[in-house]
Write a protein that binds this ligand. Structure first.
Ligand code: ADP
Length: 256
């Protein structure tokens, strides 16, 4: 029987890359995104490539809908094997200028969305009784907080926290919980970050991107595929003994 991988935020960027990679690895994919159009597009691409996939329109900040997502996807596509808490948002502002509604929304999506996903996936894995894999999107910004990204950074510090706590609680059920910490990945989210950062710093977007590039030891930005490879490994039999970890996928930025 095909095993199911649910990927949130799979409509574009890193999540799209993860959906394609896990499909290639043999999983049926639940493509879940708040943007129904992009989720449908990724699903069509996967199906056209001969993979099994279905699209789900969902806001991960809505706990009830997250539980519904798991139920629906299992009914549609089979036993849950992997749940990837990838959906995320970002905004750029100094702490003193950050708006309450932006901060609350970001924490609702990035942090609580991951919490709800962990709860819903763990419940399903326990019911099935064969273990499972939860993989969370943390960030380099959740290892070392970034200026202008305070809310994003604390949400990602929190994601590393839920990863560690859940790994301890769920190990007895053979459920592993790990995270990936991307540095700079060229996605629509990153385009927005660079544009707004450049605006605040009063420099051009090209200059902002050049400055970022100079901080990456390997001399290039990550692709969604670079990140997806780590998720693929966390989901594979080879990583059965790995839990509570987060892996930097930053081309050496952290330790430059
Ligand atoms: P990244 O660099 O993390 O890939 P993107 O903005 O390119 O960033 O992709 C993030 C994805 O997450 C988008 O497809 C977006 O629609 C999705 N997303 C954002 N917020 C939510 C949410 N609340 N629920 C589900 N998906 C979401």
């Amino acid at each position: 029987m095909t095993k199911l991988a649910i990927v949130t935020g799979a409509g574009q960027g890193i999540g799209e890359g993860i959906a394609h990679r896990l499909a290639k690895d043999g999983f049926a994919i639940a493509v879940a995104d708040i943007n129904g159009k992009t989720a449908d597009k990724v699903t069509t691409d996967l199906v056209n490539d001969g993979y099994t996939a279905k699209s789900y329109h969902i806001d991960v900040a809505d706990r009830e809908r997250v539980f519904e997502l798991v139920q629906k996807a299992v009914a549609d596509l089979g036993e849950l094997a992997v749940y990837v808490n990838n959906a995320g948002v970002a905004f750029i502002d100094e702490i003193v200028d950050s708006a309450e509604k932006d901060i609350r929304r970001l924490l609702d999506v990035n942090l609580l969305g991951t919490y709800w996903g962990t709860q819903a996936a763990a419940e399903q894995f326990k019911k099935q009784g064969h273990g499972g894999r939860i993989v969370n999107a943390a960030s380099l910004a959740g290892v070392e907080a970034s200026a202008l990204q305070s809310a994003y950074s604390i949400s990602k510090f929190g994601v590393r926290g839920i990863t560690q706590a859940a790994s301890k609680e769920l190990a007895k059920d053979q459920i592993t919980v790990n995270a990936y910490d991307p540095g700079i990945v060229r996605t629509p989210l990153r385009d927005g970050i660079d544009k707004r950062t450049a605006e605040i710093k009063g420099i051009s977007v090209a200059e902002q991107q050049k400055n970022c590039l100079s901080e990456i030891s390997l001399g290039r930005e990550a692709t969604p595929e670079d990140v997806a490879k780590v998720v693929s490994w966390f989901a594979s039999p080879d990583a059965a003994y790995i839990t509570g970890q987060s892996i930097l996928v930053d081309g050496g930025m952290r330790y430059q």
